[in-house]
Ligand binder design. Structure first.
Ligand code: G4P
Length: 529
Protein backbone atom coordinates (compact mmCIF):
# COMPACT_ATOMS: atom_id res chain seq x y z
CA UNK A 1 0.00 0.00 0.00
CA UNK A 2 1.36 3.41 -0.88
CA UNK A 3 2.51 5.94 1.68
CA UNK A 4 -0.31 8.32 0.63
CA UNK A 5 -2.95 5.62 1.09
CA UNK A 6 -1.58 4.78 4.52
CA UNK A 7 -1.91 8.41 5.57
CA UNK A 8 -5.39 8.80 4.10
CA UNK A 9 -6.70 5.80 6.03
CA UNK A 10 -5.65 7.04 9.48
CA UNK A 11 -8.01 8.67 11.96
CA UNK A 12 -6.40 9.69 15.24
CA UNK A 13 -8.76 11.10 17.81
CA UNK A 14 -9.58 11.48 21.49
CA UNK A 15 -12.82 11.06 23.40
CA UNK A 16 -13.42 13.73 26.01
CA UNK A 17 -16.11 13.96 28.64
CA UNK A 18 -16.86 14.71 32.23
CA UNK A 19 -16.28 11.58 34.35
CA UNK A 20 -19.19 9.13 34.17
CA UNK A 21 -20.71 10.49 30.95
CA UNK A 22 -19.81 7.21 29.24
CA UNK A 23 -16.37 7.65 27.64
CA UNK A 24 -15.12 4.20 28.66
CA UNK A 25 -18.33 2.51 27.58
CA UNK A 26 -18.29 4.25 24.20
CA UNK A 27 -14.62 3.39 23.64
CA UNK A 28 -15.39 -0.23 24.32
CA UNK A 29 -18.30 -0.30 21.88
CA UNK A 30 -16.16 1.31 19.18
CA UNK A 31 -13.57 -1.42 19.70
CA UNK A 32 -16.29 -4.05 19.41
CA UNK A 33 -17.23 -2.66 15.99
CA UNK A 34 -13.62 -2.84 14.93
CA UNK A 35 -13.56 -6.49 15.97
CA UNK A 36 -10.59 -5.53 18.11
CA UNK A 37 -12.17 -7.07 21.17
CA UNK A 38 -14.64 -9.88 21.35
CA UNK A 39 -16.78 -9.01 24.29
CA UNK A 40 -17.93 -6.13 26.42
CA UNK A 41 -15.93 -5.58 29.57
CA UNK A 42 -12.61 -6.22 27.87
CA UNK A 43 -11.44 -2.64 28.15
CA UNK A 44 -10.50 -2.07 31.72
CA UNK A 45 -11.87 0.99 33.29
CA UNK A 46 -9.19 3.62 33.15
CA UNK A 47 -10.71 5.87 35.70
CA UNK A 48 -9.00 7.01 38.82
CA UNK A 49 -12.01 7.09 41.02
CA UNK A 50 -12.44 9.66 43.75
CA UNK A 51 -12.32 6.96 46.37
CA UNK A 52 -8.79 6.19 45.28
CA UNK A 53 -7.33 9.50 46.44
CA UNK A 54 -5.31 7.99 49.22
CA UNK A 55 -5.10 4.44 48.03
CA UNK A 56 -1.71 4.28 46.35
CA UNK A 57 -1.91 0.69 45.31
CA UNK A 58 -5.03 1.63 43.46
CA UNK A 59 -3.24 4.54 41.77
CA UNK A 60 -0.42 2.21 40.75
CA UNK A 61 -2.85 -0.36 39.44
CA UNK A 62 -4.63 2.32 37.48
CA UNK A 63 -1.34 3.55 36.07
CA UNK A 64 -0.70 0.06 34.81
CA UNK A 65 -4.03 -0.04 33.09
CA UNK A 66 -3.62 3.38 31.64
CA UNK A 67 -0.40 2.42 29.85
CA UNK A 68 -2.27 -0.38 28.18
CA UNK A 69 -5.16 1.82 27.20
CA UNK A 70 -3.18 4.95 26.35
CA UNK A 71 -3.68 4.25 22.68
CA UNK A 72 -6.33 1.89 21.39
CA UNK A 73 -6.08 1.10 17.71
CA UNK A 74 -8.31 -0.90 15.43
CA UNK A 75 -9.28 -1.26 11.80
CA UNK A 76 -12.82 -0.47 10.71
CA UNK A 77 -14.02 -0.17 7.10
CA UNK A 78 -10.42 -0.21 6.00
CA UNK A 79 -9.53 2.75 8.19
CA UNK A 80 -6.86 2.60 10.88
CA UNK A 81 -8.38 4.19 13.93
CA UNK A 82 -6.22 5.38 16.82
CA UNK A 83 -8.08 6.42 19.95
CA UNK A 84 -5.90 8.35 22.37
CA UNK A 85 -7.09 7.92 25.90
CA UNK A 86 -7.57 11.01 28.03
CA UNK A 87 -7.85 10.70 31.80
CA UNK A 88 -11.23 11.88 32.98
CA UNK A 89 -10.17 12.71 36.53
CA UNK A 90 -9.84 16.46 36.85
CA UNK A 91 -6.56 16.26 38.75
CA UNK A 92 -5.04 14.86 35.58
CA UNK A 93 -6.46 17.54 33.31
CA UNK A 94 -3.03 18.69 32.22
CA UNK A 95 -2.34 15.19 30.88
CA UNK A 96 -5.51 15.43 28.87
CA UNK A 97 -4.59 18.86 27.50
CA UNK A 98 -1.29 17.48 26.29
CA UNK A 99 -2.91 14.47 24.68
CA UNK A 100 -5.17 16.86 22.80
CA UNK A 101 -2.06 18.21 21.02
CA UNK A 102 -1.70 14.78 19.40
CA UNK A 103 -5.26 14.24 18.14
CA UNK A 104 -6.63 15.23 14.75
CA UNK A 105 -10.22 15.38 16.00
CA UNK A 106 -12.30 14.61 19.08
CA UNK A 107 -15.63 13.13 20.11
CA UNK A 108 -17.27 14.87 23.05
CA UNK A 109 -19.56 12.67 25.18
CA UNK A 110 -22.37 14.33 27.12
CA UNK A 111 -24.80 12.69 29.53
CA UNK A 112 -28.36 13.48 28.41
CA UNK A 113 -29.54 13.94 31.99
CA UNK A 114 -26.61 15.94 33.32
CA UNK A 115 -25.99 18.08 30.26
CA UNK A 116 -22.80 20.09 29.94
CA UNK A 117 -20.58 19.53 32.99
CA UNK A 118 -17.52 21.35 34.27
CA UNK A 119 -14.81 19.10 32.90
CA UNK A 120 -16.41 19.06 29.46
CA UNK A 121 -16.41 22.85 29.44
CA UNK A 122 -12.69 23.06 30.16
CA UNK A 123 -11.68 20.45 27.64
CA UNK A 124 -13.92 21.72 24.87
CA UNK A 125 -12.53 25.20 25.39
CA UNK A 126 -9.05 23.91 24.64
CA UNK A 127 -10.30 22.12 21.51
CA UNK A 128 -12.19 25.19 20.39
CA UNK A 129 -9.15 27.41 20.77
CA UNK A 130 -7.13 24.99 18.70
CA UNK A 131 -9.94 24.61 16.14
CA UNK A 132 -9.95 20.83 16.55
CA UNK A 133 -12.89 19.25 14.68
CA UNK A 134 -15.43 17.93 17.21
CA UNK A 135 -18.39 15.56 17.02
CA UNK A 136 -20.77 15.57 19.99
CA UNK A 137 -22.34 12.31 21.20
CA UNK A 138 -25.27 12.71 23.57
CA UNK A 139 -25.36 9.54 25.61
CA UNK A 140 -27.75 7.58 27.86
CA UNK A 141 -30.89 8.18 25.80
CA UNK A 142 -32.33 5.05 27.42
CA UNK A 143 -32.74 7.20 30.54
CA UNK A 144 -34.93 10.19 31.21
CA UNK A 145 -32.99 13.32 30.42
CA UNK A 146 -33.23 16.84 29.14
CA UNK A 147 -35.25 17.78 26.10
CA UNK A 148 -33.09 17.41 22.96
CA UNK A 149 -33.51 21.02 21.84
CA UNK A 150 -32.80 22.39 25.33
CA UNK A 151 -29.68 20.30 25.43
CA UNK A 152 -28.52 21.49 22.02
CA UNK A 153 -29.03 25.07 23.24
CA UNK A 154 -27.03 24.32 26.36
CA UNK A 155 -24.21 22.84 24.28
CA UNK A 156 -24.13 25.93 22.10
CA UNK A 157 -24.24 28.36 24.97
CA UNK A 158 -22.03 26.74 27.56
CA UNK A 159 -19.50 25.29 25.14
CA UNK A 160 -19.59 28.06 22.57
CA UNK A 161 -20.21 25.60 19.73
CA UNK A 162 -22.34 25.78 16.57
CA UNK A 163 -24.07 22.43 16.47
CA UNK A 164 -25.96 20.64 13.74
CA UNK A 165 -27.78 17.43 14.70
CA UNK A 166 -27.01 14.53 12.38
CA UNK A 167 -29.37 12.26 14.24
CA UNK A 168 -32.42 12.95 16.34
CA UNK A 169 -34.01 10.93 19.13
CA UNK A 170 -37.50 9.53 18.90
CA UNK A 171 -38.75 9.73 22.48
CA UNK A 172 -36.53 9.29 25.51
CA UNK A 173 -36.06 7.17 28.61
CA UNK A 174 -39.01 4.81 29.10
CA UNK A 175 -40.49 6.07 25.85
CA UNK A 176 -37.30 5.88 23.82
CA UNK A 177 -38.15 4.37 20.44
CA UNK A 178 -34.94 4.97 18.54
CA UNK A 179 -33.23 7.59 16.46
CA UNK A 180 -33.71 9.11 13.06
CA UNK A 181 -30.36 9.31 11.32
CA UNK A 182 -30.38 12.59 9.43
CA UNK A 183 -26.95 11.88 7.90
CA UNK A 184 -27.91 8.50 6.42
CA UNK A 185 -31.66 9.11 6.24
CA UNK A 186 -32.79 6.04 8.06
CA UNK A 187 -34.48 4.98 11.25
CA UNK A 188 -32.84 2.87 13.87
CA UNK A 189 -35.29 1.30 16.28
CA UNK A 190 -34.33 0.74 19.87
CA UNK A 191 -35.09 -2.60 21.41
CA UNK A 192 -33.03 -2.22 24.53
CA UNK A 193 -31.01 -5.11 23.24
CA UNK A 194 -27.27 -4.66 23.37
CA UNK A 195 -26.78 -6.96 20.37
CA UNK A 196 -28.23 -4.35 18.05
CA UNK A 197 -26.53 -4.28 14.72
CA UNK A 198 -26.66 -2.72 11.30
CA UNK A 199 -29.49 -4.91 10.00
CA UNK A 200 -31.90 -3.31 12.44
CA UNK A 201 -31.81 -0.07 10.51
CA UNK A 202 -34.73 0.85 8.28
CA UNK A 203 -33.95 3.07 5.31
CA UNK A 204 -36.35 5.99 5.43
CA UNK A 205 -35.51 8.96 3.30
CA UNK A 206 -38.97 10.49 3.00
CA UNK A 207 -40.10 11.50 6.42
CA UNK A 208 -43.60 12.37 5.12
CA UNK A 209 -44.17 8.74 4.13
CA UNK A 210 -47.21 7.38 6.08
CA UNK A 211 -45.21 4.22 6.76
CA UNK A 212 -43.64 6.22 9.60
CA UNK A 213 -46.87 5.90 11.65
CA UNK A 214 -46.75 2.15 11.22
CA UNK A 215 -43.18 1.93 12.39
CA UNK A 216 -43.10 4.22 15.39
CA UNK A 217 -46.77 5.03 16.10
CA UNK A 218 -48.89 8.07 15.38
CA UNK A 219 -47.83 10.32 18.23
CA UNK A 220 -44.11 9.68 17.80
CA UNK A 221 -44.38 10.12 14.03
CA UNK A 222 -46.03 13.50 14.41
CA UNK A 223 -43.47 14.60 16.93
CA UNK A 224 -40.54 13.41 14.85
CA UNK A 225 -41.77 15.28 11.76
CA UNK A 226 -42.16 18.46 13.82
CA UNK A 227 -38.76 18.04 15.39
CA UNK A 228 -37.00 17.42 12.08
CA UNK A 229 -38.69 20.46 10.59
CA UNK A 230 -37.43 22.51 13.49
CA UNK A 231 -33.95 21.03 13.10
CA UNK A 232 -33.76 22.02 9.44
CA UNK A 233 -35.21 25.46 10.22
CA UNK A 234 -32.94 26.29 13.15
CA UNK A 235 -29.59 24.64 12.43
CA UNK A 236 -27.28 25.19 9.48
CA UNK A 237 -27.04 22.07 7.35
CA UNK A 238 -23.95 19.96 7.88
CA UNK A 239 -20.95 21.29 6.00
CA UNK A 240 -17.76 19.23 6.17
CA UNK A 241 -15.51 22.23 5.62
CA UNK A 242 -17.06 24.02 8.59
CA UNK A 243 -16.66 20.89 10.71
CA UNK A 244 -13.03 20.50 9.67
CA UNK A 245 -12.09 24.06 10.53
CA UNK A 246 -13.78 23.85 13.91
CA UNK A 247 -16.73 26.11 13.05
CA UNK A 248 -19.50 23.50 13.16
CA UNK A 249 -20.03 20.45 15.37
CA UNK A 250 -22.28 17.57 14.26
CA UNK A 251 -24.31 15.94 17.04
CA UNK A 252 -25.35 12.30 17.43
CA UNK A 253 -27.68 10.80 20.02
CA UNK A 254 -27.55 7.28 21.42
CA UNK A 255 -26.85 4.95 24.27
CA UNK A 256 -23.33 3.62 24.51
CA UNK A 257 -24.28 1.02 27.10
CA UNK A 258 -26.90 -0.44 24.75
CA UNK A 259 -24.58 -0.07 21.78
CA UNK A 260 -27.24 2.08 20.24
CA UNK A 261 -26.41 4.90 17.84
CA UNK A 262 -22.74 3.98 18.10
CA UNK A 263 -22.47 2.38 14.65
CA UNK A 264 -24.03 5.53 13.14
CA UNK A 265 -21.55 7.69 14.98
CA UNK A 266 -18.61 5.57 13.87
CA UNK A 267 -19.70 5.38 10.23
CA UNK A 268 -20.14 9.11 10.00
CA UNK A 269 -16.88 9.69 11.85
CA UNK A 270 -15.03 7.51 9.31
CA UNK A 271 -16.50 9.57 6.46
CA UNK A 272 -15.95 13.04 7.80
CA UNK A 273 -13.12 13.04 10.35
CA UNK A 274 -9.78 14.35 9.13
CA UNK A 275 -6.74 12.21 8.34
CA UNK A 276 -3.41 13.37 9.89
CA UNK A 277 -3.00 17.09 9.50
CA UNK A 278 -0.29 19.57 8.71
CA UNK A 279 1.41 20.72 11.90
CA UNK A 280 3.22 23.94 12.73
CA UNK A 281 6.79 23.68 13.94
CA UNK A 282 8.58 26.80 15.13
CA UNK A 283 10.55 26.78 11.89
CA UNK A 284 7.86 25.91 9.32
CA UNK A 285 4.67 24.04 8.51
CA UNK A 286 5.15 20.29 8.18
CA UNK A 287 2.83 18.25 5.96
CA UNK A 288 1.91 14.69 6.82
CA UNK A 289 2.89 13.46 3.34
CA UNK A 290 6.47 14.72 3.49
CA UNK A 291 8.77 11.74 3.14
CA UNK A 292 11.11 12.63 6.01
CA UNK A 293 10.04 11.48 9.43
CA UNK A 294 9.16 13.94 12.19
CA UNK A 295 7.17 13.56 15.39
CA UNK A 296 6.88 14.82 18.95
CA UNK A 297 6.58 13.42 22.46
CA UNK A 298 3.21 14.21 24.03
CA UNK A 299 3.20 11.81 26.93
CA UNK A 300 5.70 9.93 29.06
CA UNK A 301 4.78 7.00 31.17
CA UNK A 302 7.36 5.99 33.68
CA UNK A 303 8.51 3.29 36.00
CA UNK A 304 5.95 0.64 35.54
CA UNK A 305 8.53 -1.57 37.10
CA UNK A 306 10.18 0.39 39.92
CA UNK A 307 13.28 -1.84 39.71
CA UNK A 308 14.06 -0.58 36.22
CA UNK A 309 13.87 3.11 35.55
CA UNK A 310 12.07 2.38 32.37
CA UNK A 311 9.92 4.92 30.69
CA UNK A 312 7.75 4.83 27.64
CA UNK A 313 7.69 8.02 25.59
CA UNK A 314 4.65 8.34 23.34
CA UNK A 315 5.50 9.92 20.00
CA UNK A 316 2.89 11.16 17.55
CA UNK A 317 4.15 10.78 14.01
CA UNK A 318 3.55 14.00 12.08
CA UNK A 319 5.29 13.24 8.76
CA UNK A 320 7.15 10.44 6.98
CA UNK A 321 7.59 6.94 8.31
CA UNK A 322 9.13 5.91 11.58
CA UNK A 323 11.28 2.84 11.16
CA UNK A 324 12.77 0.45 13.66
CA UNK A 325 16.57 0.70 14.15
CA UNK A 326 16.91 3.81 12.01
CA UNK A 327 18.76 6.73 13.63
CA UNK A 328 16.65 9.80 14.33
CA UNK A 329 17.66 13.24 15.52
CA UNK A 330 16.65 14.17 19.05
CA UNK A 331 16.51 17.89 18.29
CA UNK A 332 16.86 19.27 21.84
CA UNK A 333 19.92 17.11 22.55
CA UNK A 334 21.30 17.44 19.03
CA UNK A 335 22.10 13.73 18.91
CA UNK A 336 20.93 10.73 16.95
CA UNK A 337 19.11 7.89 18.65
CA UNK A 338 18.06 4.45 17.40
CA UNK A 339 15.13 2.46 18.70
CA UNK A 340 15.29 -1.29 18.51
CA UNK A 341 11.87 -2.00 19.95
CA UNK A 342 9.32 0.71 19.16
CA UNK A 343 5.87 -0.26 20.36
CA UNK A 344 2.72 0.11 18.36
CA UNK A 345 -0.68 -0.25 19.94
CA UNK A 346 -3.46 -2.50 18.86
CA UNK A 347 -6.69 -2.78 20.83
CA UNK A 348 -5.45 -3.14 24.37
CA UNK A 349 -2.12 -4.72 23.46
CA UNK A 350 1.19 -3.30 22.42
CA UNK A 351 3.65 -4.95 20.07
CA UNK A 352 6.96 -4.17 18.40
CA UNK A 353 6.59 -2.71 14.90
CA UNK A 354 8.98 -2.11 12.02
CA UNK A 355 7.23 0.82 10.44
CA UNK A 356 4.64 3.40 11.50
CA UNK A 357 2.90 6.16 9.56
CA UNK A 358 1.68 9.72 10.17
CA UNK A 359 -1.19 9.70 12.64
CA UNK A 360 0.20 6.65 14.44
CA UNK A 361 1.60 6.69 17.92
CA UNK A 362 4.79 4.82 18.76
CA UNK A 363 5.87 4.06 22.31
CA UNK A 364 9.66 4.36 22.70
CA UNK A 365 11.58 2.88 25.60
CA UNK A 366 13.55 5.64 27.20
CA UNK A 367 16.06 5.88 30.00
CA UNK A 368 15.65 9.59 30.59
CA UNK A 369 16.34 11.21 27.23
CA UNK A 370 12.89 12.58 26.64
CA UNK A 371 10.80 15.41 27.95
CA UNK A 372 7.26 16.19 26.98
CA UNK A 373 7.31 18.37 23.87
CA UNK A 374 10.59 16.97 22.46
CA UNK A 375 10.82 16.65 18.68
CA UNK A 376 12.39 13.74 16.78
CA UNK A 377 13.20 14.06 13.08
CA UNK A 378 15.07 12.37 10.25
CA UNK A 379 17.70 15.12 10.54
CA UNK A 380 16.04 18.51 10.17
CA UNK A 381 16.11 20.89 13.15
CA UNK A 382 12.41 21.22 13.83
CA UNK A 383 10.68 22.08 17.08
CA UNK A 384 6.99 21.39 17.34
CA UNK A 385 4.99 23.97 19.18
CA UNK A 386 1.79 23.61 21.05
CA UNK A 387 2.47 21.82 24.31
CA UNK A 388 2.07 24.72 26.69
CA UNK A 389 2.00 24.54 30.46
CA UNK A 390 -1.05 26.05 32.12
CA UNK A 391 -1.07 27.82 35.44
CA UNK A 392 -1.40 25.17 38.15
CA UNK A 393 -4.19 25.47 40.72
CA UNK A 394 -2.20 24.38 43.79
CA UNK A 395 1.27 25.38 44.97
CA UNK A 396 3.41 23.93 47.74
CA UNK A 397 7.05 24.18 48.77
CA UNK A 398 8.77 20.83 48.55
CA UNK A 399 11.33 20.07 51.28
CA UNK A 400 13.84 17.27 51.55
CA UNK A 401 12.92 15.10 54.52
CA UNK A 402 16.04 12.92 54.39
CA UNK A 403 19.29 14.90 54.02
CA UNK A 404 21.20 11.74 53.03
CA UNK A 405 19.02 11.36 49.96
CA UNK A 406 19.20 14.84 48.43
CA UNK A 407 20.60 13.57 45.13
CA UNK A 408 17.85 10.99 44.76
CA UNK A 409 15.21 13.56 45.61
CA UNK A 410 16.37 16.03 42.98
CA UNK A 411 16.73 13.34 40.36
CA UNK A 412 13.23 12.10 41.18
CA UNK A 413 11.70 15.55 41.04
CA UNK A 414 13.47 16.23 37.77
CA UNK A 415 12.22 13.07 36.12
CA UNK A 416 8.67 13.38 37.41
CA UNK A 417 8.53 16.92 36.02
CA UNK A 418 9.83 15.70 32.62
CA UNK A 419 6.96 13.27 32.66
CA UNK A 420 4.60 16.17 33.22
CA UNK A 421 3.26 14.97 36.57
CA UNK A 422 3.44 18.54 37.91
CA UNK A 423 5.34 21.79 37.40
CA UNK A 424 8.42 22.92 39.24
CA UNK A 425 9.18 26.55 40.02
CA UNK A 426 12.45 27.74 41.57
CA UNK A 427 12.13 30.97 43.51
CA UNK A 428 14.47 33.73 42.35
CA UNK A 429 14.96 35.05 45.87
CA UNK A 430 16.21 31.97 47.68
CA UNK A 431 16.24 29.05 45.25
CA UNK A 432 13.48 27.21 47.11
CA UNK A 433 11.50 24.76 45.04
CA UNK A 434 7.74 24.99 44.62
CA UNK A 435 5.60 22.29 43.05
CA UNK A 436 2.50 23.40 41.20
CA UNK A 437 -0.26 20.94 40.37
CA UNK A 438 -3.73 20.87 38.86
CA UNK A 439 -5.17 18.79 41.71
CA UNK A 440 -4.26 17.91 45.26
CA UNK A 441 -3.98 14.22 44.34
CA UNK A 442 -0.70 14.81 42.52
CA UNK A 443 1.10 15.73 45.76
CA UNK A 444 0.33 12.31 47.15
CA UNK A 445 1.35 10.65 43.89
CA UNK A 446 4.67 12.56 43.87
CA UNK A 447 5.44 11.76 47.50
CA UNK A 448 4.64 8.10 46.98
CA UNK A 449 6.61 7.79 43.78
CA UNK A 450 9.65 9.65 45.15
CA UNK A 451 9.76 7.22 48.00
CA UNK A 452 9.08 4.01 46.07
CA UNK A 453 10.95 4.71 42.87
CA UNK A 454 13.79 6.97 44.00
CA UNK A 455 14.17 6.15 47.70
CA UNK A 456 13.71 9.81 48.64
CA UNK A 457 11.43 11.45 51.18
CA UNK A 458 9.78 14.82 50.96
CA UNK A 459 7.47 17.07 52.92
CA UNK A 460 5.32 19.92 51.69
CA UNK A 461 4.57 23.36 53.02
CA UNK A 462 1.75 25.53 51.84
CA UNK A 463 2.62 28.39 49.54
CA UNK A 464 -0.35 30.59 48.80
CA UNK A 465 -0.40 31.48 45.13
CA UNK A 466 -3.43 32.53 43.14
CA UNK A 467 -1.98 32.07 39.66
CA UNK A 468 1.32 31.50 37.92
CA UNK A 469 1.82 33.95 35.06
CA UNK A 470 4.54 33.61 32.46
CA UNK A 471 6.30 36.93 31.99
CA UNK A 472 6.98 38.53 28.63
CA UNK A 473 9.01 41.75 28.61
CA UNK A 474 11.92 43.49 26.93
CA UNK A 475 15.11 42.85 28.88
CA UNK A 476 16.39 46.41 29.17
CA UNK A 477 13.10 48.10 29.70
CA UNK A 478 13.16 50.31 32.84
CA UNK A 479 9.67 49.27 33.85
CA UNK A 480 10.67 45.59 33.67
CA UNK A 481 13.73 46.27 35.80
CA UNK A 482 11.57 47.89 38.43
CA UNK A 483 9.03 45.06 38.22
CA UNK A 484 11.82 42.56 38.85
CA UNK A 485 13.14 44.55 41.81
CA UNK A 486 9.81 45.22 43.51
CA UNK A 487 8.28 41.82 42.84
CA UNK A 488 11.40 39.75 43.46
CA UNK A 489 9.67 37.80 46.24
CA UNK A 490 7.06 36.59 43.76
CA UNK A 491 9.32 35.66 40.88
CA UNK A 492 10.45 32.19 39.94
CA UNK A 493 11.85 30.26 37.00
CA UNK A 494 9.94 27.34 35.53
CA UNK A 495 11.69 24.17 34.42
CA UNK A 496 12.56 25.61 31.02
CA UNK A 497 14.07 28.70 32.64
CA UNK A 498 11.17 30.98 31.73
CA UNK A 499 10.39 33.76 34.20
CA UNK A 500 7.12 33.34 36.09
CA UNK A 501 5.24 35.74 38.33
CA UNK A 502 3.45 33.98 41.20
CA UNK A 503 0.57 36.28 42.03
CA UNK A 504 -0.76 35.76 45.54
CA UNK A 505 -4.25 37.11 44.83
CA UNK A 506 -6.47 38.24 41.99
CA UNK A 507 -6.15 41.74 43.37
CA UNK A 508 -2.37 41.80 43.39
CA UNK A 509 -2.36 40.40 39.86
CA UNK A 510 -4.62 43.17 38.69
CA UNK A 511 -2.56 45.84 40.46
CA UNK A 512 0.65 44.49 38.97
CA UNK A 513 -0.82 44.52 35.48
CA UNK A 514 -1.91 48.11 35.95
CA UNK A 515 1.38 49.28 37.38
CA UNK A 516 3.60 47.60 34.79
CA UNK A 517 1.60 47.64 31.54
CA UNK A 518 4.61 46.85 29.36
CA UNK A 519 5.27 43.63 31.27
CA UNK A 520 2.91 41.07 29.77
CA UNK A 521 1.60 38.34 32.08
CA UNK A 522 0.35 35.13 30.41
CA UNK A 523 -1.59 32.23 31.92
CA UNK A 524 0.12 29.68 29.70
CA UNK A 525 3.79 29.15 28.95
CA UNK A 526 3.41 29.51 25.20
CA UNK A 527 2.55 32.85 23.75
CA UNK A 528 3.25 35.08 20.84
CA UNK A 529 2.18 32.62 18.15
P1 G4P B 1 -16.60 7.54 31.88
O1 G4P B 1 -15.58 6.67 31.25
O2 G4P B 1 -17.01 8.71 31.03
O3 G4P B 1 -16.27 7.98 33.27
O4 G4P B 1 -17.97 6.71 32.03
P2 G4P B 1 -18.27 5.15 31.93
O5 G4P B 1 -18.19 4.68 30.52
O6 G4P B 1 -17.48 4.42 32.94
O7 G4P B 1 -19.81 5.17 32.33
C1 G4P B 1 -20.26 5.67 33.56
C2 G4P B 1 -21.51 4.95 33.99
O8 G4P B 1 -22.56 5.23 33.05
C3 G4P B 1 -21.36 3.44 34.01
O9 G4P B 1 -22.18 2.95 35.04
C4 G4P B 1 -21.93 3.02 32.67
O10 G4P B 1 -22.39 1.70 32.67
C5 G4P B 1 -23.06 4.01 32.53
N1 G4P B 1 -23.46 4.22 31.12
C6 G4P B 1 -22.68 4.44 30.05
N2 G4P B 1 -23.42 4.58 28.93
C7 G4P B 1 -24.71 4.45 29.30
C8 G4P B 1 -25.96 4.48 28.60
O11 G4P B 1 -26.02 4.65 27.40
N3 G4P B 1 -27.07 4.31 29.35
C9 G4P B 1 -27.04 4.11 30.70
N4 G4P B 1 -28.19 3.95 31.32
N5 G4P B 1 -25.89 4.06 31.39
C10 G4P B 1 -24.73 4.23 30.70
P3 G4P B 1 -21.62 2.58 36.47
O12 G4P B 1 -22.74 2.00 37.22
O13 G4P B 1 -20.93 3.77 37.06
O14 G4P B 1 -20.47 1.59 36.17
P4 G4P B 1 -20.57 0.06 35.82
O15 G4P B 1 -20.72 -0.58 37.13
O16 G4P B 1 -21.76 -0.12 34.91
O17 G4P B 1 -19.28 -0.18 35.14
Amino acid sequence: MSFQTEIAKRRTFGIISHPDAGKTTLTEKLLLFGGAIQEAGAVKNNKIKKAATSDFMEIERQRGISVATSVLAFIYRDKKINILDTPGHKDFAEDTFRTLTAVDSVIVVIDVAKGVEEQTEKLVEVCRMRKIPMIVFINKLDREGKDAFDLLDEVEQKLGLSVTPLSFPIGMGYDFKGIYNIYERNINLFSGNSKKNIEDTIAFDDITNPQLEKIIGEKAALELRDNLELVSGVYTAFDRELYLNGSQQPVFFGSALNNFGVRELLDCFIDIAPPPKTKMAEEREVKANETDFSGFVFKIHANMDPKHRDRLAFVKIVSGTFERNKPYLHVRHGKKLKFSSPNAFFAEKKEIVDISYPGDIVGLHDTGNFKIGDTLTAGEELNYKGIPSFSPEHFRYINNADPMKAKQLYKGIDQLMDEGVAQLFTLELNGRKVIGTVGALQYEVIQYRLEHEYGAKCTYENFPVYKACWVEAKENNEEFKEFKRIKQKFLAKDKRGQLVFLADSAFSLQMTQQKYPSVKLHFTSEFGD
